[in-house]
Design a binder for this molecule. Structure first.
Ligand code: MN
Ligand code: MN
Length: 468
């Protein structure tokens, strides 16, 4: 039998057990005020930067205002210099030169600015039975049945035969038209409702309605398509073959809003991962001086596996660090080997309605603070970098030292599935890397939910690492 203790069970529990408390019970009134104000900026970012191209352009413009200048590998740099590098208009890196020599390593924070959506196919426009459509090829992991009957806007670029480029952004302004994928009425959906959920709406059924008025000519076939092409030609100066060299992306047209009577949550599209991208870029924008060189990466292509030259499985971040290191006469590998990185990406917030897929002791919750995720992956930690205990210890004490509200969590029960982030690609460069990000409910849905307290905690976590 155990020796009877002199202290009460309550005291012992406080001393020995992990304390899990809702962030709002740990924040001062002033903290809550700052948090709410921060999230106003966040919502407006969500509404103005809905794609990787728009996020890159927005961040570049803000960075310029804050004194960041384009990186030039022929120049020399000194402590406090602020630089940026844009990769093909779809990814951007911001850096502040630290007080310590660069060979001591850099502090990286990396989030992604692409989100699941419906991309237009290369030959998208067709007419069927007097309705005009765009054919789509979905981008990223979506539940296809969630996308019909959602108001959509169109974003992207069209490169014309002469090489000139038109930017498309239609459906965001209240006076713009919007677009939509149709769905079957329940009255006639008997057969559809018997399909497995992955096929309730099939990929080839995600056709976006783009018009229905025919060109006024009784002889013409495809008169609706002709009328649409005429409108597009007037508006953008394009012909049908210009779609071949276009990137058009359909995303939900609605705006991010406060969610809940208490306004504690944010509802909106594309919060994975702009809910980390915004705090990350605000953290470097609001930082004046850093001990170690700070590098903030906002990358593309995470949702489809990080491959491609704008994703972090390519060499563009390594080349940027190599070029920066070279301006100091230092080898890239020395910098990377001494560097650390927060992979700033979201985790799945515990959902009480679907509690059985989560292992509650190891799930992150809304309002639990920013989530530190030691490993992601699936089927027994496949496809993850799995941060070392030592590095988790370092980050843990850094967050505690700075009073950041944080929690840990892994993505659901072991056998239920899983996911990955950019962490492993950065870790593969011999950088100490760990995932730190905001819990998201309904992740990858057209409308995702996050908690304001967690967003603000993420901002404070990124500030701590950038300054460390
Ligand atoms: Mn993500
Ligand atoms: Mn994702």
């Amino acid at each position: 039998m155990a020796k009877k203790s002199e202290v009460s069970a309550k005291e012992l529990k406080e001393k020995l057990f992990m304390q899990k408390k809702n962030a709002y019970l740990r924040m001062t009134d002033d903290d809550v005020k700052k948090c709410d104000k921060f999230c106003e900026g966040y919502k407006s970012f969500l509404n103005t930067a809905k794609t990787e191209r728009e996020a890159t352009a927005f961040v570049e413009a803000e960075a310029k205002k804050a004194g960041f200048v384009p990186f030039d590998k022929k120049k020399t740099y000194k402590t406090g210099d602020k630089i940026y590098y844009v990769n093909r208009e779809k990814a951007i890196i911001l850096a502040i030169v630290g007080r310590e020599p660069i060979e001591n390593g850099v502090n990286i924070v990396a989030a992604h600015i692409d989100s699941p959506r419906l991309d237009m196919k290369q030959n998208p426009l067709f007419e069927k039975d007097d309705i005009g459509y765009f054919k789509t090829h979905y981008y990223g992991g979506i539940k296809k049945y969630q996308w019909p009957t959602v108001p959509l806007s169109l974003h992207g670029v069209i490169v014309k035969a002469d090489g000139t480029k038109v930017t498309v952004n239609i459906g965001e302004d209240d006076n713009d038209p919007i677009f939509c994928v149709s769905d079957l009425l329940p009255h006639l959906a008997n057969a559809q409702m018997k399909r497995p959920a992955t096929e309730i709406v099939r990929g080839e059924e995600l056709n976006i309605v783009v018009g229905s008025r025919p060109f006024k000519d009784d002889e013409a076939s495809e008169a609706v398509k002709l009328n649409l092409m005429m409108i597009l030609n007037e508006k953008y100066g394009i012909t049908e073959s210009d779609f071949l060299s276009a990137e058009l992306e359909a995303v939900p047209a609605f705006k991010a809003r406060d969610l809940g009577f208490d306004r504690s949550l944010v509802g909106g599209y594309g919060q994975d991962d702009r809910v980390c991208a915004y705090p990350e870029f605000m953290a470097i924008l609001n930082t004046k001086s850093v001990r170690r060189t700070a590098v903030c990466v906002l990358t593309d292509k995470e949702e489809i596996g990080s491959d491609g030259n704008t994703g972090l499985n390519s060499s563009y971040m390594k080349y940027f660090i190599a070029d920066l290191a070279a301006t100091f006469g230092v080898r890239c590998r020395e910098v990377l080997s001494n560097s650390k990185c927060l992979s700033a990406d979201v985790n799945a917030a515990y959902d009480p309605t679907f509690s059985d897929v989560f292992e509650k002791n190891n799930a992150c919750v809304l309002n639990g603070g920013v989530c530190v995720t030691k490993y992601t992956g699936s089927r027994g930690k496949s496809g993850t970098s799995d941060a070392s205990a030592e590095f988790v210890g370092e980050i843990r004490s850094l967050l505690d030292k700075n009073g950041v509200i944080w929690q840990t969590g892994e993505l659901g029960k072991v056998d239920n599935g899983g996911g990955g982030t950019v962490a492993m690609y950065v870790a593969n460069l011999n950088v100490d890397t760990i995932d730190v990000g905001v819990p998201v409910m309904s992740m990858h849905a057209p409308f995702e939910i996050t908690a304001k307290a967690d967003i603000y905690a993420a901002y404070r976590a990124f500030v701590s690492v950038i300054k460390d």
